[in-house]
Design a protein around this ligand. Structure first.
Ligand code: NAD
Length: 486
């Protein structure tokens, strides 16, 4: 029996599967069926402190393992992930609900992070200048920082952890992860494969649970840095508490991503991309398209085409052939989404497509069909707040300038996209839009592993983002040595 088929999940500490010191647990559901598939323990401060201390002990030796030797374990891990690609994807669909093709793509994104981290020998290289003054030279060396805590959300059970631990351990740190209590199964599978790849005991650890675990990670003297990904209020809280405890913190937060469609855009491409970006993964992506500003002159045609495509979407269990739209994560998230749809109607937006009426929305499982609002304004709740479900808001604008001004009113600034074939419009968009990840004629401008995931404003708290060279810097510190040979 593997860890992922156990009824009550165990924590993974010091290379051993151990029971949490608690009788409290939460049910883990398959959101497509409402069936309970496991129980996740709500671990205590004592459980967390123990894992941190084990990781701190492991750090004493892991930091001195030569970098190419650490990288070699990641090469082996990469191969194991490739060998298990299908099974990992299936597990994601079962606990998260996204369709199998999307889950398969998520595993691929995770593997790319491992591949990037395996480049640690090059990425950790320092710099030097042989003559800063007569017979005087200076150089920079990079070192790991200690125990890193990773706190992750439900929507990418594989990709988001892989933004963190592969680079953290490749650069010589040890790691304690607190997976989302709503999707905890995949994390245990990742640990099993790390063990198979030959990672020494204590380098990677998992403590399951909720806020008590998070608070213990934020407060313990021996955690050096915190990587957090989740909703905006929690990201702000984690950033404030972690930095108040003088830790290095990167906190990736919620979003409300804007797309702009200009009159010269290829509407076939724009509607396909926006349909995928708004309704793919049931809208539960921090890079989901949630607001579209479309030029008046093409708005009717754009909405007609988009609605036709939304009407083709197959809704159901993501493991079934041909399904595009799976469930949202929980029944209370479905109820919250229906609340947003009601508020949009009350505030005067025009409901063009009502996802409450789809057959699947009336069945078991937490389904909401694709929902489209027209004539949405920036005063409305559906424009302002992250819904994190398949609900898309459309605003009509006179021109590009009005679209950019509108988008820049948002407190969030993760991604933004433009659909046009005009170079000047793309340049104006690039230079004046307040967002950290931009797309031109694509719907989800999520950077690959070698570029930073660089949200702005209330979509990110910290300095160094996850991934790319930012990730290497976040998990390392420098020594600058100045030498005179006498
Ligand atoms: P969440 O904030 O509810 O949970 C994230 C993590 O924080 C979980 O591990 C959870 O246990 C913990 N947590 C929750 N409440 C807490 C509290 N009060 N105190 C301490 N810890 C707490 O987020 P979620 O619903 O799992 O994930 C969806 C959110 O994540 C969305 O807002 C989405 O935009 C965001 N997200 C952002 C990015 C990004 O790159 N910016 C990527 C993925 C997801």
């Amino acid at each position: 029996m593997t860890q992922t088929t156990l009824k009550v999940l165990k924590n993974y500490v010091g290379g051993k599967w151990i029971e949490a010191n608690t009788d409290q647990s939460l049910e883990v559901y398959n959101p497509a069926t409402g069936e309970v598939i496991a129980h996740v323990p709500i671990s205590t401060t004592k459980d967390t402190d123990y894992a941190i201390e084990v990781a701190a002990e492991a750090f004493k030796t892991w930091k001195d393992v030569p970098v190419p030797k650490r990288a070699r374990i990641l090469f082996k891990y990469q191969q194991l992930l490739v060998d298990n690609h299908d099974d990992l994807a299936r597990l994601i669909t079962i606990e998260n609900g996204k369709n199998f093709a999307e889950a398969y793509g998520e595993v691929q994104r995770g593997i790319e992070n491992v591949e990037f981290a395996a480049g640690a020998p090059t990425l950790m290289m320092g710099e030097s200048l042989p003559s800063i003054a007569t017979e005087l030279e200076s150089g920079i060396y990079r070192y790991p920082i200690g125990v890193i805590a990773g706190i992750t959300p439900f929507n990418f059970p594989m990709m988001v952890p892989c933004w963190m631990f592969p680079m953290a351990i490749a650069t010589g740190n040890t790691f304690v992860m607190k997976p989302s209590e709503r999707t905890p199964l995949l994390a245990n599978r990742l640990a099993e494969l790390l063990e198979e790849a030959g990672l020494p005991e204590g380098v990677f650890n998992i403590v399951h649970g909720a806020h008590d675990v998070v608070n213990s990670l934020l407060d313990h003297k021996q955690t050096a840095a915190i990587s957090f990904v989740g909703s905006q209020p929690v990201a702000e809280y984690v950033y404030k508490r972690g930095t108040n405890n003088l830790k290095r913190v990167q906190a990736l937060a919620g979003a409300k991503n804007h797309s702009i469609v200009l009159s010269d855009a290829n509407l076939e491409n724009a509607t396909t991309q926006i349909m995928n970006a708004a309704f793919g993964s049931a809208g539960e992506r921090c890079m989901a398209a949630s607001v579209v500003a479309v030029e008046d002159s093409i708005a009717d045609e754009f909405i007609k085409l988009l609605t036709e495509k939304a009407n083709q979407i197959q809704i159901g269990n993501g493991l079934d052939e041909g399904i595009f739209l799976g469930p949202v994560i929980r029944d209370n998230h479905k109820a919250r989404t229906l609340g947003f749809i009601e508020s949009g109607e009350k505030e005067g937006a025009k409901l063009v497509r009502d996802g409450r009426l789809d057959e699947a929305a009336k069945q078991e499982g937490y389904f909401v069909g694709p929902t489209i609002f027209d004539h949405v304004t920036s005063e409305m709740k559906i424009w302002q707040e992250e819904i994190f479900a398949p609900v898309l808001s459309i605003s009509r604008v006179k021109n590009l300038e009005e679209a950019i001004d509108l988008s820049n009113l948002s407190r969030f600034a993760n991604g933004a996209c433009i659909f046009t074939n005009d170079g000047g419009s793309v340049r104006k968009f690039r230079e004046t839009i307040d967002a950290g990840m931009l797309g031109v004629n694509i719907g989800v401008p999520a950077p690959m592993a070698f570029f930073p995931f660089s949200g702005w404003k209330d979509s990110f708290y910290g300095d160094l983002h996850a991934n790319g060279k930012d990730g290497v810097q976040f998990y390392t510190r420098k020594k600058v040595i100045t030498t005179k040979w006498v």
